[in-house]
Design a protein around this ligand. Structure first.
Ligand code: CTP
Ligand code: CA
Length: 227
């Protein structure tokens, strides 16, 4: 907790960012995960910090180190991410869910011993994880909630569907099949949607610049308070 007043567009605001991919263990040595690098979420956390916010960063598996100056919580599974974010949600002003959360985990739970092979084929039974963003959307009281949508087709339709289903204030959609967008790279091409539809379609930008533009959009839409 800083003893001096921070300055900047987000001074006095508490921002929660999730980043990276979750990891769903099958057994002690194997797991399911995805290609998320954490770069987009980390860029948002860093930009929020530079704009004067107090930042909590809940990060799964990432390819790059997290920015300094944030309160960092490392998690593995979707369930751990859910527990970490719901624990701090009430005191947050802005929540940006950039993490790539696994949709499924092993139905039988994490095996405590290494699974042995048998037979020529293996069918892995999976069960749904809890949707973290949807849970936050249902519990929203004062928070400004921003989700992401990774799509490969019908971007607007699916993004608007997620915005409504998860009670988000904004959804940041990217077509992850386009070169220069989405997972792993240092650039992104995103469209931001609100209740009214398309808010802004950003051109190809560095993830740092996407983060700045997104936080400016968020700041513009925050309810005015005090000074
Ligand atoms: N999300 C989440 N918890 C999950 C799955 C997704 O919080 N169990 C969040 C992601 O962090 C992201 C948003 O929901 O902010 C959209 O994720 P995405 O994978 O694009 O959408 P899904 O709703 O999972 O739908 P689908 O994968 O079928 O497109
Ligand atoms: Ca998903």
């Amino acid at each position: 907790e800083s003893w001096f007043a921070r300055s900047g567009t987000l001074a006095g605001k508490r921002v929660l960012v999730t980043a990276g991919g979750t990891m769903e263990r099958l057994d002690p040595v194997r797991y399911l995960t995805n290609d998320s690098s954490g770069k987009m979420g980390f860029a948002i956390a860093e930009a929020a910090l530079l704009m004067g916010a107090e930042v909590t960063l809940v990060a799964g598996r990432t390819a790059v180190p997290p920015p300094a100056g944030v309160e960092l919580v490392r998690v593995e599974s979707a369930q751990q991410m859910l527990d970490a974010v719901t624990g701090v949600y009430d005191k947050m002003d802005i929540v940006v869910k950039a993490a790539a959360v696994a949709d499924y985990r092993r139905a039988a739970g994490v095996s405590d011993h290494k699974l042995k092979k048998s037979g020529e084929r293996l069918t892995l039974e999976l069960e749904r994880t809890t949707d973290v963003l949807e849970t936050l959307g249902k519990r929203k009281n004062h928070q400004f909630l921003v989700g992401f949508a990774a799509e490969t087709e019908q971007v607007e339709r699916y993004a608007m569907d997620k915005l409504r289903r998860k009670h988000c204030d904004l959804i940041v959609a990217n077509d992850v099949s386009i070169e220069g967008a989405g997972f792993n790279g240092d650039t992104n091409i995103v469209q931001v949607y609100g209740e009214e539809g398309l808010v802004e379609a950003l051109p190809l930008l560095s993830k740092r610049e996407v983060a700045n533009r997104l936080l400016e959009l968020i700041a513009d839409r925050l309810p005015r308070s005090g000074g």
